[in-house]
Design a protein around this ligand. Structure first.
Ligand code: SF4
Length: 325
């Protein structure tokens, strides 16, 4: 989820109509899979993928357990940049005690404007074992965080599920937020069905030419469409509880770029027609030219107020029922 500047999200919930009373289903969902042993089976299946890595759409087929590195540069041992309660995320994630973010190092995208480039390029990464990652999850819960917010998780799905199994054994009962750049493999997402309660992908671009130029992957739009459909199939529209906290569902982020380069119209129409007209959409105005963006004159500036207002109008035109953060 590398285009995000963690401290700068501004959000407001307009979701009163979507608040719900908790059901009697096991919650978070992964508790059921832990009880019946499926969580452990999924973890082992996912961890096996690291020997011939097909975890994400790059399908690198490297053996990460032997320190071979594919596009993302991540090996089998997870690396993190930081973790802790975070109050800059969308309001339904933050509540009164914050969202329990874990910032994973490396990334499976190469965004030239990455606002977290020190993290995505692993300049200051710390290797942790699965047991340590599990302890971090439990420590965030102990600090009262409303969720475990996995930031840029796509290349570490096996390790996250492996750590989750350990963490549940230590008492974890806080829902997971899968906070990705949207470049996720459907086969991997299917193995997260019943594990993740809240998906929060970006949908960055509608054009493959634009995604190739600024994020290094030409098939981003097709991949993101399929991934977001699968995420929505699993969890549906965002449901917020009576305390205003996200319980389950999909949040989609879209960063507005200068000159309409993100393809906001196509993205919003796709969400309205093929995901849900009642989607929770965070239309983000905080683009600024970070990292290598100054090498590209057309994106070497912030967006104007007019550009953002146009994006908002486009979103409203696509669906009057969007819940816009
Ligand atoms: S997770 Fe990394 S090594 Fe595996 S397929 Fe994706 S980019 Fe390649």
């Amino acid at each position: 989820m590398e285009s995000q500047e963690p401290e700068s999200h501004k959000s407001q919930s307009s979701a009163a109509a979507c608040r719900s009373t908790p059901t009697r289903e096991p919650y978070p969902s992964y508790l059921r899979l832990y009880e019946n042993g499926e969580l452990g089976r999924r973890a082992r299946r996912l961890l096996d993928l690291l020997e011939d890595c097909t975890v994400c759409p790059h399908q690198c087929h490297v053996n990460r357990k032997k320190e071979e590195r594919g596009f993302c540069q991540a090996t089998a041992e997870p690396e993190i940049a930081s973790y802790g309660p975070h109050f800059g995320e969308e309001e339904p994630l933050v509540g009164s005690h914050g969202s329990g973010t874990i910032f994973f190092s490396h990334c499976n995208l190469r965004c030239v404007f990455c606002q977290n480039y020190e993290i995505s390029r692993a300049w200051d990464a710390e290797r942790v074992s699965l047991e340590e990652l599990a302890s971090i999850m439990v420590s965030l819960q102990a600090r009262g965080c409303h969720n475990i917010n996995l930031v840029t998780p796509s290349h570490y799905v096996p390790q996250i599920v492996g750590a989750l199994e350990i963490a549940v054994g230590k008492g974890l009962h806080t829902p997971l937020v899968y906070n990705s750049g949207g470049y996720d493999a459907v086969d991997t997402l299917k193995l997260l069905d019943g594990i993740v309660d809240i998906y929060m992908p970006d949908f960055k671009y509608a054009s493959g030419e634009v995604s190739r130029k600024y994020s290094g992957v030409r098939d981003y739009p097709e991949v993101a469409r399929l991934a977001i459909k699968e995420m929505h199939r699993q969890v549906g529209d965002l449901v917020i509880d009576e305390e205003g906290i996200a319980r389950r569902g999909l949040i989609i982020r879209h960063l507005v770029l200068p000159h309409g380069l993100a393809g906001t119209k196509e993205v919003m129409e796709f969400i309205a027609k093929e995901i849900s007209p009642r989607s929770y959409v965070n239309l983000m105005a905080q683009y600024y030219p970070a990292f290598k963006a100054y090498q590209y004159p057309e994106i070497a500036r912030r967006i104007s107020r007019k550009e953002f207002e146009e994006a908002l109008w486009i979103a409203r035109e696509a669906s009057e029922e969007f819940r816009l953060a």
